[in-house]
Design a protein. Structure first.
Length: 244
């Protein structure tokens, strides 16, 4: 029986690792999103400048098409002026040409402003290029490291599952089903608990001396009356080495 109890303890250690690894692998999307979020926060300022630069470029293009319209309007006014046959048409054409020229001048000023804004943003982006490159390199490194870590965890999980097969293959069926029944029912999945200082180390229920004696002997399966975990005893000198 002692050897089987030791196998149960080994199985418990292994199952605890499986749970931990599975939880970490299940959280891959969240863990990746965390890395991306950190990058986005640090790249926020740079993004804002890029947005500003793009907005300035778009605004300038918009102004250019307005400018083409006003030039066409001015040319038409010039033609009307040339072909005017009376004072009224002549004055109307003059007014129209003046209005178009005024509008062109306003558009030119606005275009200059947008060009300056674009150039300023480009200049800032250029200056901060090394910082951006470093940030991007750090981000890429983190993603690579994260990929490697999850790969290792996936491999370890497979190894732990194989180990579980190996450990349960040698357990008596009744013991195996008892273990599985307890571990699936208990929230943390820990089906075995050390009996320490005359109490269950999982739920702290105190254990009667005769129960403690049976657990020390390790000749039969003793479960905790309170939490139902399988109890085992480790002599004080080994205690630090074998706690699951
Ligand atoms: Zn207990």
């Amino acid at each position: 029986m002692k050897a089987e109890l030791e196998q149960l303890i080994a199985l418990q250690k292994n199952d605890t690792s499986i749970r931990r690894l599975q939880a970490e692998l299940d959280a891959i999307p969240e863990r990746r999103a965390e890395i991306e979020k950190e990058f986005d926060q640090r790249a926020f300022e740079i993004k804002a400048i890029e947005t500003q630069r793009d907005a300035a470029r778009d605004a300038r293009l918009q102004l250019e098409s307005g400018m083409a319209e006003q030039r066409a309007r001015a040319e038409k006014a010039e033609r009307d002026l040339m072909s005017s046959t009376n004072a009224k048409a002549y004055e109307a054409a003059i007014r129209e040409a003046d209005a178009a020229r005024k509008h062109i001048s306003e558009l030119e000023t606005k275009m200059l402003e947008q060009m300056e804004s674009f150039e300023q943003a480009e200049k800032t982006l250029g200056e901060r290029e090394p910082e951006v490159a470093r940030l991007r390199a750090e981000y890429d490194e983190k993603l690579v490291a994260f990929g490697e870590q999850t790969e290792r965890q996936t491999e370890e999980l497979a190894a732990r599952r194989a180990e579980r097969e190996r450990l349960t293959a040698h357990l008596p069926p009744a013991m195996k089903s008892l273990y599985n029944r307890i571990s699936t029912r208990i929230r943390d999945g820990v089906a075995v608990a050390e009996a320490r200082k005359s109490s269950c180390s999982a739920c702290f229920m105190s254990l009667r001396p005769e129960v403690m004696t049976k657990i020390r002997r390790g000749e039969e399966i003793i479960t905790c009356d309170n939490c139902s975990r399988i109890l085992y005893y480790i002599p004080a000198e080994q205690a630090q080495m074998t706690t699951p």
